[in-house]
Each structure stands twice: as C-alpha cells, then as structure tokens.
Design a protein. Structure first.
Length: 90
C-alpha cells in the first residue's frame, strides 16, 4: 500500500518554506561593486558628490549590504566620509 498522506503534506507547504540557507543561491544575486573597476570614481574626502550618495538623510553611513560596495572600498569610503565631516565639508 502507498501512503498518500506524505504527498499531500509536501504539496501544502509554501515555496518559501522549502528554501533553505544551505541551498544554492540561484534566487539571490550579488551586484558588482560600483567603486571598483576601470571607470570607477576615486574615493576621496574632497569628492563630496560621491560621498553624499553613501550617506543617509540623517547623516549616517549606509552599510555595504545596501550599497553593494566591497569591503575594502567600504573602509575607504567610511574613512573619507569621517574626514570630510571633520573638515566640515559635509
């Protein structure tokens, strides 16, 4: 005899419950860093137009998971934002 209870149970689950942390990342994608590459702008405390893109309305530095900036460039970016704040450029 074949049990049909298991089949009903599997079909009643939603698609989100089937997704797991350990599955392949075919639904997630990573953006490339906008500050690295050949035609990327230079991160500097004097480049205020660039720095304002990475600051929130309240004046806080946006995290790299939102801006998709690499770790190395995020460190440079935060350092240059802090320098610009110190010199009252921002």
């Amino acid at each position: 005899m074949i049990k049909k209870r298991n089949n009903k149970r599997k079909s009643s689950q939603s698609n989100f419950s089937k997704l797991s942390i350990f599955q392949n990342n075919k639904y997630k994608f990573k953006k490339k860093c906008p500050l690295s590459g050949k035609s990327a702008p230079i991160v500097d405390y004097k480049n205020i137009k660039l720095l304002k893109k990475y600051i929130s309305e309240n004046g806080k530095i946006l995290p790299s998971r939102i801006t998709s900036v690499s770790q190395k460039k995020q460190r440079e970016l935060s350092l240059s934002i802090k320098r610009a704040r110190n010199l009252a450029l921002i």
